[in-house]
Design a protein around this ligand. Structure first.
Ligand code: ADP
Length: 740
């Protein structure tokens, strides 16, 4: 009582006072009771006490719905004692019977005195209201149907007083709105009230008309009682099912604290317990969930291995936990515990076990879900971070997935390719296809990218099959092989060119040696000398080819060493011109030089090699009767050498490519002028290594001008110098030194 809010205490006090006043008001009549009044009182009080003793209770959440036959006795008393010719003692008999019957019935049930006091007072008020209304309405006897209606009206008022007084107290105690306490049980209450009303009227009518038939009324009373009971059972089972369903649903979402809170609060309600707790064991981790809190501890050992999960169930003051173990006996995964003062019935126990199984199922689900999610993430990471392109295609060729490497390789963004087939997004052509391992296929696909460049990707396709084993698309791994294919082509070109070149020079050499050996040629000193000259030339060309190849491989190995020093460019170029003249005595070669010496900082041997190469190309690719023009120009910073011929010229598309290694123009290949396509490549690399540039201007049909620059001495301070600038070295001497 002392824990109740003060307004509740006031309400109880008011109802208690009203009840006491109702009784006090009737007391004077009690002294005038006849013997029949006393018997009537005794019978009614006994009936009410029995009704109170065997109430049918349905717990719904915090409130309990009581169904009993008491109201039927009240109604019968009301009609019998007050209908017809009312006597002043009649209401007092009913009032006293209600007070005493309720008191005895509830006392026998050992209900708390405060509750008994409240209930007795409340009922006294309610029955007094009914008596006043009924007394004011009628004069007819119990058999008159109008009286039944009056009785219904009076009992309705009585019901209203009872229901609202109870709902008001509960709503104030629980702090819930009045209507939310009053309305949910209203329907079953009204039905029960209607049933009791009819039973009461029936008893009264039977007593008035055929008193001997009254004992027969026990039958409808008993039938109603069991009907009420069955009805409550049904509601109870429906509630239990709904709660079970709700509990299951609360475990469907993520199993975070909020999910467990809701589950545990439902468990507490379903099991009508004071508290509910869930202990979950995962390896060494023990988590104790209670409503709105969570405690994580590390599993301890009791010396014989890990403790059983029951060992972690906390004890609440004076309440023994009732538990359901989750998981198998060998491998317990946790415990669901409820705390309640009374022991569990068999159906409560199976309910608790069912709730425990629900936890197990959702733990299992959660674990499977986490594993699947983890696997998916890992697979996703792998596909997203691999350097190989990976995509999947449906059976109709439309793209289903496209990893970041595919975006990088093709330049096509994933959202632009999804659902489309290759030919809808890029111009492509399969250039080679071969099957692997029976079901797979390898294809090289040529893509024409939007920027006009060509790209080759090598794809390896493997079929995806559905669970029935039918083909359901393909998974494709792709790699950019553009460079690789170019390298393969270059290698093939290289082998073809080099072997052709070797043969070109070896064949005449071998022929001449054969001729000399056989002694079939002209055997004069001049003729022999000419043979040897030719043989020497072919041998030198072979030597040059081999030197070029060595040079290229030393570039590749990064092993180019230069010996930079001041070089008299004029002298160096003149020397080379003389060499070409000796090979082509009829060739006109004009040299234009500025006044004064042109000193450059260069490796004399390499620079000579560059000039010689450009001169021999000019001689090779232009008609013998045309002139070759060599011009030297000097500025403060650099000197530029240009070699112009009047030959076939070079197509603009080839201007860059002639400097690539092994590249030879179609015209050169067609005219079979010989050459491995290395000279310009080497020349350009050498010039650049010495700090200069090389370029070309040419008009097809008119001729070509190849130019290169090299730093002038003053401008090339960063180059290491072997010779002083005041004593310029002559290029040829340096070259000779190396040739020796
Ligand atoms: P090669 O040893 O085959 O001459 P180069 O690297 O010196 O190799 O030249 C590459 C290609 O460039 C030649 O095959 C030829 O097609 C072209 N070329 C070089 N110089 C000239 C030139 N002066 N006139 C026309 N074409 C030239």
């Amino acid at each position: 009582m002392s824990r109740l809010p003060s307004r509740v205490r006031l309400l109880i006090l008011a109802i208690g006072t009203a009840g006491a006043l109702s009784l006090a008001w009737r007391l004077p009549q009690i002294t005038h009771w006849s013997g029949a009044d006393t018997w009537g009182f005794a019978a009614l009080a006994a009936g009410i006490a029995v009704g109170e003793l065997f109430p049918l209770a349905l717990r719904r959440g915090t409130e309990i719905l009581y169904l009993s036959l008491t109201d039927a006795v009240w109604t019968a008393g009301l009609v019998l004692l007050i209908a017809g010719l009312p006597r002043p003692e009649g209401p007092s008999v009913l009032t006293a019977a209600v007070g005493v019957g309720t008191l005895v019935g509830q006392a026998l049930r050992r209900r708390p005195p405060i509750k008994i006091a409240f209930n007795v007072s409340q009922y006294l008020c309610a029955i007094t209201v009914a008596e006043i209304i009924f007394g004011a309405l009628h004069t007819a006897s119990a058999s008159d149907p109008t009286v039944w209606g009056y009785a219904a009206t009076a009992m309705a008022a009585c019901f209203a007083v009872n229901a609202s007084a109870t709902a008001l107290v509960i709503s104030w105690v629980e702090g819930e709105p009045f209507t939310s306490v009053l309305l949910p049980p209203l329907m079953p209450n009204v039905m029960h009230w209607v049933g009791n009303l009819s039973l009461g009227v029936l008893i009264a009518v039977t007593w008035t008309e055929v008193p001997s038939a009254v004992p027969l009324m026990l039958v409808p009373l008993a039938v109603s009682y069991s009907a009420y009971r069955a009805w409550l059972r049904g509601m109870e089972e429906r509630d239990a099912l709904r709660n079970l369903y709700e509990a299951g649903r609360s475990l469907l979402g993520p199993l975070d604290q909020a999910g467990f809170d809701r589950f545990l609060s439902l468990v507490r309600k379903v099991m009508t317990a004071q508290a509910a707790e869930l202990i979950i064991i995962e390896g060494q981790k023990v988590t104790i969930h209670s409503e709105s809190s969570k405690l994580v501890i590390t599993a301890s050992s009791d010396g014989n291995g890990n403790r059983s999960p029951q060992a972690y169930v906390p004890v609440h003051d004076g309440l023994a936990p009732q538990i359901a173990v989750i998981g198998g006996p060998e491998n317990p995964e946790g415990v669901l515990a409820v705390y309640r003062s009374d022991p569990l019935t068999a159906s409560d126990r199976s309910l608790l076990e069912t709730l425990g199984s629900q936890v197990r199922a959702s733990l299992l689900n959660q674990r499977l879900y986490m594993e699947a999610a983890e696997q998916r993430t890992r697979r996703g990471d792998m596909i997203a971070n691999t350097s190989d392109g990976i995509f999947t295609e449906a059976s109709d060729g439309s793209i289903l997935s496209w990893n970041p490497a595919m975006e990088r390789i093709t330049g096509l963004a994933a959202n632009g390719v999804m659902g489309r087939a290759w030919d809808q997004m890029i111009e492509s052509k399969i250039i080679s296809s071969s099957s692997i391992d029976g079901s797979g296929r390898m294809e090289d696909i040529l893509l024409l990218r939007t920027d006009g460049s060509e790209q080759v990707i090598r794809t390896t396709r493997s079929p995806i099959t559905d669970p029935q084993g039918d083909r359901d698309g393909e998974v494709v791994v792709a790699r950019d092989v553009t460079m690789q294919r170019a390298a393969e082509r270059t290698k093939a070109d290289f082998i073809a060119t080099v072997s052709h070149e070797l043969r070109t020079h070896l064949t005449p050499l071998k022929g001449l040696i054969g001729t000399l050996l056989a002694g079939v040629g002209e055997d004069s000193t001049e003729a022999r000398r000419e043979y040897y000259e030719i043989m020497k030339r072919q041998a030198s060309r072979l030597e040059r080819l081999i030197l070029d190849l060595l040079q290229v491989s030393s570039f590749d190995a990064g092993g180019l060493s230069l010996d930079i020093g001041p070089v008299d460019l004029n002298a160096l170029v003149s020397e080379r011109i003389e060499e070409v003249r000796s090979e082509h005595p009829d060739r006109r070669i004009d040299l234009h030089v500025p006044e004064g010496p042109l000193i450059i900082a260069a490796d004399a041997f390499r620079a000579g090699q560059v000039v010689g190469n450009l001169l021999s190309n000019a001689a090779k690719h232009s008609p013998a009767e045309t002139a070759i023009e060599v011009t030297l120009v000097g500025s403060g910073r650099e000197a530029v050498v240009s070699i112009r011929d009047e030959g076939e010229g070079i197509n603009p598309a080839d201007h860059e490519r002639v400097f690539e290694r092994f590249y030879r123009t179609v015209q050169a290949k067609a005219r079979q002028t010989g050459g491995a396509g290395l000279g310009l490549y080497i020349a350009k690399r050498l010039v650049e290594a010495m700090g200069g540039r090389m370029w070309l201007s040419s008009t097809p049909g008119e001729g070509s001008t190849f130019s290169f620059s090299l730093p002038a001495v003053g401008a090339a301070a960063s180059y290491r110098s072997h010779h002083s600038v005041t004593r310029p070295a002559v290029a040829s001497s340096s070259a000779d030194a190396r040739n020796r």
